[in-house]
Design a protein around this ligand. Sequence first.
Ligand SMILES: [Zn+2]
Ligand SMILES: [Zn+2]
Length: 345
Amino acid sequence: MTPPHPETWLTPMPAGLYCAPGGFFIDPLRPVDRAVITHAHSDHARPGHEAVLATPPTLALMRARLGHGAGATQQPLAWGERIRINDVTVWLEPAGHVLGSAQVAIEYRGSRAVVSGDYKRQPDLTCAPFTPIPCDVFVTEATFALPVFRHPPASGEIAKLLDSVGLFPERTHVVGCYSLGKTQRLIALLRQAGWHDPIYMHGALAPMCDIYEAYGIKLGDLRPATVAAKKDLVGRIVLAPPSAIADRWARRLAEPVVCMASGWMRVRQRAKQGGVELPLVISDHADWDDLNRTIDEVGAPEIWITHGSEDALIHHLAQRNLRGRALRLIGYGDEDDPAPPGGAA
Ligand SMILES: [Zn+2]
Ligand SMILES: [Zn+2]
């Protein structure tokens, strides 16, 4: 018997991508009975589901962020462990995006779909690396799916930051970064580059760091920036949410050098608009080359795109005789790399 095409058993609905023979949604956009969650960013891990299945770190991050909203019942699933949910088999493999981030592999009567959630291929010391899974349909994000987006190695961007700290020892470098993923990756990159001084943080970033530490990711000497005296922050690196770097909070710092770590920093105009003096092109999403390399590696004849710049990718896939399908799921747009205003993505 020919295996059923995934189109017949995996369906985009207003509440998200639904697997009928399994009876669950993946990263549902509204509260549902049964949810499989790829990772804990707020656009994927929403509050109010009855049963939630995810990796143990994702569940821990969800509990920290959502409290009682993290799911009435939570089921942890280890990497590669296969379970049966109604008529399908499900397992999780690393997506390399943030701590605990998973791709969801689903098999139904010999047909296999993989839902990647958000992912990246660049090395990241703070989470398990992306593992390609051969499949019939690969469901991908397309946040940076334009040839203009080529993320440079993160180590080079960190070198730029440390050079600037060396050049301006009387100033405080304040780096805008999102609380889950980007913050911890930046800290790990700084440590890897030999920066062992204390790193100061806005209060909003600390809780997520605690969970990373609990999962064995060593972040070194971290201190709160909000209570520190201005003079103590001279020559220091301070991390803060992007919303804080341009406002009064940052102006309390000593002649701040405003930096921002994001894939969008590739777009000069975007950095300028945000008042960013030192843009750092560091992203937790696959760039154009890595999206295409990943599509090659999973070998799927058909690619479904959840969100992002789908047009360029679908056009490029067609030239390679691959079918691209835009799911146009409304409500994703990563917490860690939100699309710029005006839809310049
Ligand atoms: Zn994400
Ligand atoms: Zn996302």
